[in-house]
Design a protein around this ligand. Structure first.
Ligand code: OMD
Ligand code: FE2
Length: 433
């Protein structure tokens, strides 16, 4: 049982007060001449002031000191964060990475972010980056904040204990955390931790529309959890590490940034347990497109088209009749980056490792490996469980994704034999009658 307390809901107007300071939230106004307990009021905006009401997000933080009290930013060297999408020649091949390494030396979350691929530009608030983190040390007197966009964190190994300005929470494999643009957080770990980060620039994740599904289903809003206010009043040297326009910086200050005593608003960090996802699928015939498994979507300006969708392949029943049940062969105008939290992915049993990844770029042909094709074409169809004990996921994007030098070379995880998984596909054509 987790020690943390949460508020339930997605996109709600929340308010929270640290119980040590009852009445810390100003009543009836945001900016009293003097805030209760001598706190400072600070607004954190997640949208333009003038954004339509349905997209307008902001929170008011009541804190011991305002965030502005820090020394100048300097370059934070030695990271593998990169948004230099032209450092390599494009590679149209299907790509698969073996499991990424746990760190060889003590490294905290902020130091351990390695960009693998991405597109677009945080300056233009359009695009995404996909990172791998792999850390075994806690962030000591160090906070991280991303000026470029939102982080959707997918732990694959180890629990992350996250301290934020809004409160504390933990996130473990088969859960996700979303920390939105500008929110300061620190991560403590008690074991080696590894996972994936989907970063979207300048826009936010939302629940997908449900259309004819109706008012309920997929990820239900009440299952999203936001932490409650919990402040620390600590003096000493603290570092704020910031990702700003694709580069890392740090500054020093003489106190903890986690000094928010109370807050209210609809711009918050949150977590979600993937086992709560209500799965919808075909109960007659044929294979539904994987969009039925969308947990969260970050929409582009083009209707129905995502900068990034976060899609899962959860345990479920498979009951379709006279159907080739695994994923179909396809070429997609979207880019498909996949990861595996645990177990085996149904279309690629074997080669695709937990903690590894694959990328099928725009129009790159792919589909089940030959073993999967042969087995699924000949299996006796009845109700069966699929994906029990597994959780694969996909970041699907309308952008063409460029691979960084770390992703292509330095990580040394690309599997040169990936293409061989389709080698055995035989000709079954029976010829004209
Ligand atoms: O390529 C993949 O494995 C992901 C995927 C799964 C599916 O069920 C249908 C389409 C698709 O791209
Ligand atoms: Fe695919």
């Amino acid at each position: 049982m987790s020690e943390y307390k949460y508020l339930n809901g997605f996109g709600s107007e929340f308010s929270s007060e640290d119980p040590r300071c009852p009445g810390a939230l100003p009543q009836g106004q945001n900016n009293p001449q003097k805030c209760p307990y001598g706190l400072y009021a600070e607004q954190l905006s997640g949208s333009a002031f003038t954004a339509p009401r349905t997209e307008n997000t902001r929170s008011w933080l009541y804190r011991i000191r305002p965030s502005v009290g820090h020394k100048p930013f300097k370059s934070f060297n030695g990271t593998y964060v990169s948004h230099d999408w032209i450092e390599r020649n494009p590679d149209p091949n299907p790509l698969r990475w073996n499991a990424f390494d746990f760190p060889h030396e003590a490294r905290d979350f902020a130091e351990s972010i390695h960009t693998i691929c991405g597109a677009g530009d945080p300056k233009l608030k359009n695009g995404l980056a996909i990172h791998i983190y792999s850390c075994c040390a806690s962030m000591k007197n160090r906070a991280f904040s991303n000026a470029d966009g939102d982080f959707l964190i997918v732990p694959q190994a180890g629990t992350l204990h996250i301290i934020t300005e809004f409160g504390k929470f933990d996130v473990k494999p088969n859960e996700i955390a979303v920390i939105q643009q500008g929110m300061r957080f620190s991560i403590e770990v008690l074991e080696p931790c590894r996972g994936y980060i989907l970063e979207v620039f300048g826009r936010h994740f939302n629940l997908p529309d449900l259309g004819p599904i109706g008012a309920n289903g997929l990820a239900n809003p009440r299952d999203f959890l936001t932490p409650v206010a919990c402040y620390e009043d600590l003096e000493g040297r603290y570092e704020i590490v910031t990702k700003y326009q694709g580069k890392m910086f740090y500054c020093e200050q003489d106190h903890s940034p986690f000094d928010v005593v109370a807050w209210h608003g609809n711009y918050v960090p949150y977590k979600y347990d993937l086992s709560k996802f209500m799965v919808i699928n075909s109960v007659s015939f044929d294979h539904c497109d994987p969009s039925i498994f969308t947990v969260l979507t970050c929409q582009s300006d083009r209707k129905g088209t995502a900068i990034a969708d976060f899609v899962i392949f959860p345990p479920r029943w498979s009951v379709q009749e006279h159907t080739f049940r695994p994923p179909y062969y396809h070429r997609n105008c979207m880019s498909e980056f996949m990861g595996l939290i645990y177990g085996e992915y149904e279309a690629k049993k074997g080669g695709f490792q937990p903690g590894g990844a694959s990328l099928h770029s725009m129009m790159t042909p792919h589909g089940p490996d030959f073993k999967c094709f042969e087995a699924a074409s000949n299996e006796k169809l009845g109700p069966t469980r699929v994906a029990d004990g597994t959780q694969a996921f996909m970041f699907e994007s309308c952008f063409g994704l460029a691979i960084t030098t770390w992703g292509a070379d330095t990580c040394a995880k690309l599997d040169p034999d990936y293409y061989k998984c389709w080698k055995g596909l035989k000709k079954h054509f029976t010829g004209p009658k």
